[in-house]
Design a protein around this ligand. Sequence first.
Ligand code: HEC
Ligand code: HEC
Length: 210
Amino acid sequence: MDGVLMRSCAVYSETEQSKLPLPVEVHARMRASFRLTLAAFAAVVSLTLLSARGPVLAASNPQAPAAPPAGSPPPHYNFPAPTNLQVLPKTMTGEEVHAIMEKWEGELGSGCRTCHAVDTKNVGPNGRPRLNFADDSKEEKRTARMMYRMTDKINTDYISMIPNSDQGVSCGTCHRGHLGPEAFVPPARHEDHDHPPAPPAGAPAPAAGR
Ligand code: HEC
Ligand code: HEC
């Protein structure tokens, strides 16, 4: 069991950041996540049993296709269970955390290593160090936790109070694909929008189409 989980850490080696089209609405699935965890556990156990039997079958029948070599990378959807969640629900599966991480990556226009520290003692098969995702040493990771709490509070305490509100705030609402949100510079023409010079009495309204 541990062996399977450890090997699946290869998923996270730097050049292997997968771009799976994972569902974005993870929150809706959170209630089911405990059952998912059990299902994932059962799946991992049966996979382990299957792969343990593989070499035996291959040895007894030389014509059988070779079993994948031991230690070959697991499928990309086999993400290890998180061990250090402090703001995301602790019931989240590895897949659910990964889906959120991919979303943050896109919304902040940054990579996994922007927030996650390199583990120089854990070198992947490609010779490059892997990231230690549970490690909290990078300031960006700690800031992201605070940002998550802030975003959650904005949505639950404020946005949801807007009658018929159907759109929440996300990281991307402010970040717009940048790690540091760019200052908003209103278009120059805006200046005469709120406080237009008093038009001469009877003059036509300024043209629409801003
Ligand atoms: C903007 C910062 C940020 C980016 C970018 C980011 N992460 Fe994270 N990641 C976090 C934070 C913060 C947590 C901890 C969440 C918590 O405490 O609940 C986390 C947690 C994780 C965990 C769970 C670790 C554990 O065992 O608890 C994994 C796995 C992970 N990230 C993978 C990734 C991957 C893969 C990428 C790139 C696709 C990525 N992250 C990009 C901030 C980030
Ligand atoms: C309401 C707007 C807003 C939202 C929503 C928001 N952020 Fe931020 N974030 C900011 C601003 C503004 C800064 C820059 C603060 C500064 O540097 O003065 C920032 C900074 C950060 C930084 C530090 C960047 C750096 O240069 O080190 C990280 C990481 C970050 N945000 C992650 C997130 C994540 C992850 C989310 C969603 C969970 C999020 N933010 C949601 C406004 C927002």
